[in-house]
Design a protein around this ligand. Structure first.
Ligand SMILES: Nc1ncnc2c1ncn2[C@@H]1O[C@H](COP(=O)(O)OP(=O)(O)OP(=O)(O)O)[C@@H](O)[C@H]1O
Length: 237
C-alpha cells in the first residue's frame, strides 16, 4: 500500500527582483492511501501530477511529511522503495540507457540471480511479450517512438516491481500504439498508478485523483473525477 501522510513538496525559486531565493509550494499538503489496482492522476499542465507520481518511488522526496510504500519510507529506504516501485517516464529516452533493446532489458535484470546466458534468454522473452522479439538487436535510436515506449515498459517490468507508476506513458504515441500500451497496462497484475491526459484511459481506472495548483482537489469515482476536471478546465463533455 502507498501512504502519503501530510506530504508537502517545496522548492527554491529564484527571485526575479534579484533577492534571496523564495520557497515555493509545488504540492500539498496531501494525505492519502492508494490501495486500488488502477489509480489515475489527471490535471492541468504544471498542476503537480509528476511531482505526485515521483513521490511514490522516491524520485521526489517530501519537504515535510512521509511517503511509505508497504511500510518503507521513501526518504530512508529509497533503494528498497525503488526496487518495489517501477517508474515509467513520459519520454522513454529518459530511461533507456543501453544501445540495444536486449541489452537494456538485460541491464534491468541485473539484480536477479541469473547467469549471463540466462539473463539473455529472459531479456529476449520480455521483449517477445511486448512484440519486440525481432527488434532485440536493432539500435534503440532506430526504434519507433511506440517501440521505444514498449521497450521502456518491458525494461521496467523486467525488474518485477510490485507497483508500477507511469507518467503519461502514451502521450507520445499514435492511436494504435496508445491502444497497445493501454491494453498492456490494463492487463498487468501489479498495482498501476498512471498520470494521464487521456480521459478515456482515466475513466477505466478504479480511482482518479484530480490535481490542481499543487492540491488534490477531487479524489474518487472516475466519472465524477473527469467531470470535475472538465469543469475545472471549463470544457464540455
Ligand atoms: N525542482 C523544481 N523546482 C522548481 N519548480 C519545480 C520543480 N519541479 C517542478 N516544479 C514546478 O512545479 C509545478 C508542477 O510540476 P509538475 O511537473 O509536477 O506538473 P505536471 O502536472 O506533471 O505538469 P505537466 O502536465 O505539464 O507534465 C510546475 O510549475 C513546475 O515548473
Amino acid at each position: 500500500m502507498i501512504a502519503l501522510d501530510d506530504v508537502l513538496v517545496t522548492a527554491y525559486s529564484p527571485d526575479p527582483a534579484g533577492g534571496a531565493d523564495r520557497v515555493v509550494r509545488l504540492l500539498g499538503p496531501v494525505t492519502l492511501e492508494l490501495v486500488e489496482h488502477r489509480v489515475a492522476i489527471v490535471g492541468a499542465n504544471g498542476s503537480g501530477k509528476s511531482t505526485l507520481a515521483r513521490l511514490l518511488n522516491g524520485l521526489v522526496l517530501p519537504s515535510s511529511g512521509t511517503v511509505r510504500v508497504d511500510g518503507l519510507d521513501t526518504a530512508r529506504d529509497g533503494a528498497a522503495v525503488r526496487r518495489k516501485v517501477g517508474f515509467m517516464f513520459t519520454d522513454p529516452d529518459a530511461q533507456l540507457v543501453m544501445p540495444t533493446p536486449v541489452e537494456d532489458v538485460a541491464l534491468s535484470l541485473r539484480r536477479l540471480p541469473l547467469t549471463p546466458a540466462e539473463r539473455d534468454v529472459a531479456a529476449r522473452a520480455a521483449l517477445a511479450r511486448f512484440g519486440l522479439a525481432d527488434r532485440a538487436e536493432v539500435p534503440v535510436h532506430a526504434l519507433s517512438g511506440g517501440q521505444r515506449q514498449l521497450l521502456a515498459l518491458a525494461s521496467v517490468l523486467a525488474t518485477e516491481p510490485a507497483i508500477l507508476v507511469c507518467d503519461e506513458p502514451t502521450t507520445l504515441l499514435d492511436l494504435r500504439w496508445r491502444g497497445v500500451v493501454d491494453a498492456l497496462l490494463a492487463d498487468l497484475e501489479q498495482q498501476v498508478v498512471v498520470v494521464t491526459h487521456d480521459l478515456d484511459a482515466a475513466l477505466q481506472a478504479d480511482r482518479v485523483l484530480v490535481v490542481d495548483d499543487g492540491s488534490v482537489v477531487f479524489d474518487g469515482d472516475p466519472a465524477q473525477a473527469v467531470a470535475h476536471y472538465r469543469a475545472l478546465m471549463q470544457v464540455g463533455a
